[in-house]
Each structure stands twice: as C-alpha cells, then as structure tokens.
Design a protein around this ligand. Structure first.
Ligand code: RUB
Length: 269
C-alpha cells in the first residue's frame, strides 16, 4: 500500500470509529500526517472528528518532532498518570467508567499490576458500544468488570451489586476526556449526566487525561443518526457524540501535571 492509500485508510478508520478515543486518534493522525505531510492533510485529519483538540494540538507540532518522539512523550506522561490514578484507588473499592478511554484503561491495568484490589462497573455506551471494548480489555487484564446499559447508570452508581464484597456502590469515577475547556470537560455523551448523579451522591469524579487536550474552542460533534437506528421511517434521530461535564461536578484532573483541582489545572494551561 502506498503512503496516500495508507493515509486514506487511517482517515476512514478514524471517521468510522474503528480508531477511537482522543489519544489513539491523535497518535494515528500524527502518523498519517507524517506519511503525507502538508496543509491539506492537516485540514483533512482535523475535519474527521471535530471535538478533538489533542489531534489539533499535536498536528501543530507535527513538522517539529518525529512520531517516535511523540510516542515517548505521551508514554512518559501516561506513566505519571498511571501512578497518580493508582494512588487514588483504595483497596476493595468499586471504580466506575464510561465509554473507552485508553488513558483510564492503562491506568487501571497499571494499578491492578501494582496489586490494588478493585472492581470496575462500566456502561455499554450506545450507540457504538465502546463500553464493551473497555470491559473486554479490563477483563483480559484480570480485572473484575460488571457492565450496565447506559440507562442503568444511576443504579450502577448508587446500588451495590455485590453483597459479599461491599455494602455501598461506586467509590470513585474515572472518565477520559476529549477536550478540557474553561467551563468543563467534554467526554462521551452520558458523562455529564453521570457526573451530576455522582455529585448528588458524593462520589468523586476524576478526569484522566494528557494536558494536550486543553482547548479554548471546541465544536461538539454530531454523529450520523443511522448509528442509532437504521430506519426508513421519517422519525428524527439525534446522535450527539459528546457532552460537557460541568467543572463543578469534577473533583480533580489527573494528568502528567499531577492531580490538580480544576482551577489549578487551568492556571497551568
Ligand atoms: C471516546 C471517549 C474517551 C475520550 C478519551 O469517544 O469519549 O473517553 O476520547 O479517550 P469516541 P483517551 O469513542 O467517540 O472516540 O483516554 O483514549 O484519549
């Protein structure tokens, strides 16, 4: 396959969500850009997922660093994030997550390897079921996972599912981020609602993310309604990909800068 064909294939995989999650999208887009560098490529790559500042931010430095340098930087950042997440997880606790965040998953797998004892509750994430991917990856790493349909999130968050192990439900929530803005964090639709439920039940919500996702201006992506229902009827279907988690519902941001309050994170960006 020549470079142009490889570039086009990566674009297709990003658009169809075969490659998904902010960091995976950013890395692959950077790789694609290096295959076919230039302004037209950057414009095309940015247009594929509108709510991805990390993709936009790393393309700005794509002519200055190599792909390997980018990977080394992101891996180093993730190592710090892993250690911080591990220190936030208490033994015998229940961790909740939504969608598929590679940053969250890596940190949970690291914590498990370090001997932390915890189980994960997660939500399936309609319409594309990224929650199944999360559940499979965690289960493969030996982490006990209980999965819920999205609309059972309140039950998942507030009612114990395992009487033998616990008397209460979720202890801590880790969400990934697509964008970190002044108002709050943009993540998979549902996250904002779950964070409100968490707040009213005093469950801490942490965002796990590289600081490269910070942005002042974010366009919210709308997906194709056929992802929700392929119907020939005239019913209008709305398929928002993302939602804002309001900053007052966020306990802290775990990034390579450490575990910071929202205010402190903003001061550093
Ligand atoms: C994925 C999603 C993830 C963030 C962070 O949505 O909401 O939580 O992108 O992921 P989609 P990561 O499946 O629509 O891309 O931690 O891997 O950057």
């Amino acid at each position: 396959m020549n470079n142009k064909k490889k570039f086009n294939q990566i674009c297709k995989d990003i658009k169809s969500i075969k490659i998904q999650g902010a960091e995976n999208i950013a890395k692959k887009a950077f790789y694609a850009y290096k295959l076919v560098p230039g302004k037209a490529s950057a414009t095309k790559l940015v247009s594929l997922r509108s709510t991805e500042p990390m993709l936009q931010n790393i393309l700005k430095i794509a002519d200055k660093i190599s792909y390997q340098e980018l990977l080394d930087k992101l891996n180093n950042n993730q190592q710090t994030i892993n250690e911080k997440v591990c220190s936030l997880i208490k033994n015998n606790s229940v961790v909740y997550t939504h969608c598929h965040s590679s940053s969250v998953i890596k940190a949970l797998i690291y914590s498990k390897k370090k001997g932390k004892r915890f189980v994960v509750y997660n939500t399936e994430t309609r319409p594309l079921f990224q929650g199944r991917k999360t559940a499979k990856e965690l289960a493969r790493a030996g982490i006990k996972v209980t999965m819920f349909v999205d609309s059972a999130a309140k039950i998942a968050l507030t009612k114990s599912q395992d009487k033998e192990e616990k008397t209460r439900s979720v202890d801590i929530i880790f969400f990934g981020a697509d964008a970190i803005t002044k108002k709050g964090v943009v993540n998979k639709v549902g996250s904002g609602m779950f964070a409100e439920i968490a707040k009213s039940n005093k469950i801490p919500v942490y965002i796990v993310s590289d600081s490269l996702k910070f942005s002042n201006k974010v366009k919210m992506e709308q997906r194709n309604p056929s992802e929700v229902w392929k119907t020939k009827s005239k019913i209008k279907i709305v398929d928002p990909a993302f939602e804002l988690i309001e900053r007052q519902n966020i306990t802290g941001i775990v990034s390579e800068l450490g575990v910071l309050s929202y205010n402190d994170f903003l001061k550093r960006n």
